[in-house]
Design a protein around this ligand. Structure first.
Ligand code: GLU
Length: 505
């Protein structure tokens, strides 16, 4: 068989916010497409009108825009295989449903929900299949005239796939290898419903993958049970030669490792499971998003890429382009991947370090301004330089750094008790005189002078620095003292020293 052009698709149903597992699926499709010079298609699977949620499609598109995952074709992107919204493809599906009916691969069934329930209570583990279908009300048991009459009378019906028993079905999966099942375990799945004149997921999915020339289907593990049915549908249509190859990605598991990751885990442990904040239009519930929580899109991408895949080396930090180079779908794990959100936080921290001080300063500047401080970009960049290795998120900078911009109005009681000795006031008054005489107030200008003074006087360096810090910062922690004083400048440093002596005595 000739090598096909790689074409993959991400095909969400617009039923709400995109779960982070869906984002990972899209990312792996994207990496696979890019590394093979292929194309990535965005299809909306909205044939289940009951589950349609307004705003979901826009939300999904915005999520990928934020993450930098780009599509080549599909809803809002255009292309020659459209329309890409399944609700706009009704006529196409009808044609293919009729093809199956004409070739005796499918049949029409009139059983009402009540009749199906009755059968279920009559037969244990009832399954609509080769064993039971001849006891039901369908085009196999009714005459052609009866069927036509029922349809003419406006009776609702479904079209069911006629699955013949005794067939071996192979699903060749790039991650799981050869999965084999017997056709008799499958039921005659509903492919089409007259009530809304729409196909079900299975039929629409196969027809579209075929017509859109999809070469590889990469999706979540939850779709693995559907794969044998899909293989049979390709056979029934006579499309075996262009059947896509499958890859079912490992589930995302709870951080503890047992069970599927859910939104409730996020609520319980305080981490987002959606890329962007989501406002549920029905319940008005608001769910947090990675973006609004302060994550960098690069960090989220890097974190997700490592869920169910690893490069086989120690390297953990990858740009999207590096991932395209390194990714190997066949090396994805079969078993579920723990959603270690702490690792996600670690990635964000690494990206703070990786980004330039200027870039972080640009993000921090509005926060500084919102706190009523008028600082120059240069000052903000200096503070970022001194402090960024201490935070995981930009928003954590302000509480740690506010003292650079705003003088302390109170002094941490515990620290003061421990570090402000009875002689500290006198020592600080002396220090302020030493500092006042320094011309060059840079770090290099101050440090040797202060050190010499401490030595000459025979003071304990720890005593001096602890009291000095408390006076300038208000608490017992912070960056190097001369980093702080050089930033504050002579005037502000002396002002804060005097204020502390006044208050602490
Ligand atoms: N519409 C399905 C979903 O919401 C697509 C599954 C598939 O990729 O076949 O995930």
């Amino acid at each position: 068989m000739a090598e096909r052009k790689v074409r993959v698709r991400f095909a969400p149903s617009p039923t709400g916010a995109l779960h982070i597992g869906g984002v990972r699926t899209a990312l792996f499709n994207y990496l696979f497409a890019r590394q093979n010079g292929g194309e990535m298609i965005f299809r909306i699977e909205d044939t289940d009108s009951n589950r349609f949620v307004p705003g979901a499609e826009e939300y999904i598109l915005e999520s990928f825009k934020w993450l930098g995952i780009e599509f080549d074709e599909g809803v809002t992107f255009g292309g020659e295989h459209g329309p890409y919204r399944q609700s706009e493809r009704r006529e196409i599906y009808k044609e293919y449903v009729n093809q199956l009916l004409d070739n005796d691969k499918a049949y029409i069934a009139f059983d009402t929900p009540e009749e199906l329930d009755a059968k279920r209570s009559e037969i244990e583990n009832f399954q609509y299949d080769a064993k039971t279908r001849m006891q039901m009300r369908n085009s196999l048991t009714l005459s052609k005239e009866e069927v036509d009459q029922l349809i003419e009378d406006g009776q609702q019906y479904v079209v069911r796939f006629k699955i013949e028993p005794g067939q071996e079905i192979h699903v060749e999966d790039m991650i799981r290898g050869d999965v084999r099942v017997k056709s008799e375990i499958l039921d005659d799945k509903v492919l089409y419903k007259s009530a809304d004149e729409l196909p079900t997921y299975h039929l629409a999915n196969i027809v579209d993958d075929h017509l859109m020339e999809i070469s590889h289907v990469i999706r979540g593990e939850e779709w693995l049970p559907s794969a044998p049915l899909h293989v049979l549908l390709y056979r029934a249509f006579g499309w075996e030669d262009t059947m896509p190859r499958f890859a079912h990605l490992p589930l995302l598991l709870k951080p503890e490792g047992k069970g599927k990751l859910s939104k409730r885990d996020g609520d319980r442990l305080g981490f987002p499971v959606f890329p962007l904040e989501w406002h549920d239009p029905k319940t008005e519930e608001v769910s947090s998003g990675f973006r609004e929580s302060g994550y960098f899109p690069e960090a989220v991408v890097n974190f997700l890429a490592m869920l169910g895949w690893n490069p086989g080396t120690e390297q953990e930090l990858f740009t999207l382009d590096e991932l395209v180079q390194a990714f190997d779908i066949t090396k994805c794990s079969k078993s579920g991947a723990k959603f270690d959100y702490q690792k996600g936080i670690w990635f964000n921290h690494e990206y703070i370090l990786k980004k330039s001080d200027e870039e972080i300063a640009k993000l921090f500047a509005p926060i500084v301004a919102n706190n009523g401080v008028d600082a120059t970009m240069e000052e903000i960049t200096t503070v970022v330089h001194l402090m960024k290795d201490r935070v995981n998120f930009v928003k954590e900078l302000w509480p740690l750094c506010s003292f650079f911009f705003i003088a302390p109005t109170e002094y941490d009681e515990k620290t003061a008790k421990k570090r402000w000795k009875e002689y500290s006031g006198e020592q600080m008054a002396e220090l302020s005189k030493v500092l006042a005489d320094i011309e060059d107030f840079s770090i290099e200008g101050q440090e040797p002078v202060v050190m010499k003074w401490v030595e000459d006087k025979g003071y304990k360096l720890g005593d001096i620095m602890n009291a000095f810090r408390l006076a300038l910062v208000g608490i017992g922690k912070g960056p190097g003292m001369f980093d702080i004083t050089a930033f504050l400048g002579k005037e502000e440093t002396l002002k804060r020293l005097h204020a502390a002596i006044e208050v602490l005595g």
